[in-house]
Design a binder for this molecule. Sequence first.
Ligand SMILES: [Zn+2]
Ligand SMILES: [Zn+2]
Length: 265
Amino acid sequence: MRWSPWRTALSQAWQEALDALWPRRCRLCGAAAEDDLACGRHRLPSAPAGPRCARCAAPVASFLPDGSVCPACRHRPPPWERATVLGDYRSQPVLREWILPLKHGGRRDLAEVLGRALAHRIPEARLPAPDSTPGEQRTLLVPVPLHPWRRLERGHDQARLLALALSLASGIPFQALLRRTRDTPPQGEPWAPPRARNVRDAFTLAHGPWKALGNALSPPPLAGRTVLLVDDVITSGTTAAACTKCLLRAGAERVELLALARAGA
Ligand SMILES: [Zn+2]
Ligand SMILES: [Zn+2]
């Protein structure tokens, strides 16, 4: 369009004027920001360091191409199809600096920044077509839920906030479809049973109002759809496996994981 260079120049001038009046601040620490999100010290990674397994996002040998499948996944494939993360919880410690205040420090505002950053990692094939309506979209964002008691204790559910931010940034619809029926003690506590047994039956589908009105009134929301299961950190993968099996049983075509970080081997 003939006037687009003028519009670009005008928008740049407007941004410069705004920056002069209100300098951009790091959303985590408040220092002068290098971009519209973070200072140099808190710049979020755009991808994990080094090649990763396509199925579980664990590091693979440095000579292998990114997206190779690790020996553990070849031996025993997880129920989900692929895992995408922003980075590594241990080797990229800046992620911890963002995740811990979101999870335990009441900084729910950070979910928007982290969701925007993670949205860039969503595979292109999962993004909605530009002219599609929400009803036509085959991909759905579903958060791993906290137990209601834990959400009450914490004041918010970080995976749910993250899924909402991802939905706003990507245009993929969001539905909190899973419910945690059993509160599981934090891992590492002496009374915590082995994790797999701990979470195996802890999730169910949170039925919407159509359940009470009769299933005929609304088609199952998951049939034929790809679910992007959202969590803050993937650790052993047993929670994600329990959620994935629940979604597949409910008719989802495939499940892929989307998380801020991968921790553990
Ligand atoms: Zn900062
Ligand atoms: Zn793997």
